[in-house]
Design a protein around this ligand. Structure first.
Ligand SMILES: *Cc1c(COP(=O)(O)O)cnc(C)c1O
Length: 229
């Protein structure tokens, strides 16, 4: 077995055990392979182990990989910060965008998504633990954003995405509470099914709190070397 197969099996096993501990079905939690900084050959190898959902943070790097791997049936997720002038590329090339945190971004994604494509899946990024960052809307704004964004035609508003500070386990519980609370604002509540939280270091806690999608990079691919970029 190659090393990517080994690491993926280990991560899947961790997810399964975390689900068991939390009394949840292992099918409730999806594994998103975060492949930023890794070359397309490595993604292809990971694909061959059975992985289909890949997450990327940097648009140009992602577009290069999408082009190189266009013959594979990869579900591409954009998990980086969404800049207003990049929405066109996101709308046409990705299946999911996790970092939507303002109405104007959602409106642009919706109007730029081709009607011939499936609706673009999006998550609202919430700054759940009031970190000093410009990414993520504040928890108080989520209900209104859900109400408005869920009515946009070419989007499917799936849920929330959070990146709490390391070791802030309470933040996962807060995100789960907010996720349940704002569901009633959604124009199509049956679409509201995704809580994107948990990374290599904290996926067990995130799953315990109710995560439905863990975004895992290091535990699958090893440490990232940004100097190669
Ligand atoms: C890089 C990244 C991850 C993966 O982090 P690891 O600690 O390598 O698992 C997950 N989510 C986001 C938003 C990221 O930028």
């Amino acid at each position: 077995m190659n090393s990517l197969q080994t690491s993926r099996n280990l991560v899947l096993e961790q997810i399964k055990n975390a689900c068991k501990l939390a009394n949840r079905s292992e099918n409730d939690v999806q594994l998103l392979a975060v492949s930023k900084t890794h070359p397309s050959e490595i993604l292809q190898e990971m694909y061959e182990t059975g992985q289909r959902a890949f997450g990327e943070n940097y648009l140009q790097e992602a577009l290069d990989k999408i082009e190189k791997l266009k013959n594979l049936e990869i579900e591409w997720h954009f998990i980086g910060h969404v800049q207003r002038n990049k929405t066109k590329h996101l709308a046409s090339n990705f299946a999911w965008v996790h970092g939507v945190d303002r109405l104007i971004i959602a409106e642009r994604l919706s109007s730029q998504r081709e009607a011939s494509q499936a609706p673009l899946n999006i998550c609202l990024q919430v700054n759940i633990d009031a970190q000093d960052t410009k990414d993520g809307c504040s928890p108080e704004d989520v209900a209104d954003l859900v109400k408005t964004i869920s009515q946009l035609p070419h989007l499917k508003l799936r849920g929330l995405m959070v990146i709490p500070a390391p070791n802030n386990t309470q933040a996962f519980a807060d995100a789960k509470f907010l996720f349940e609370k704002v569901k009633t604002e959604h124009a199509h509540p049956e679409d509201w099914d995704t809580l994107s939280m948990g990374m290599s270091g904290d996926m067990v806690d995130a799953i315990d709190a109710g995560s439905t999608m863990v975004r895992v990079g290091t535990a699958l691919f090893g440490a990232r070397d940004y100097s190669l970029k």
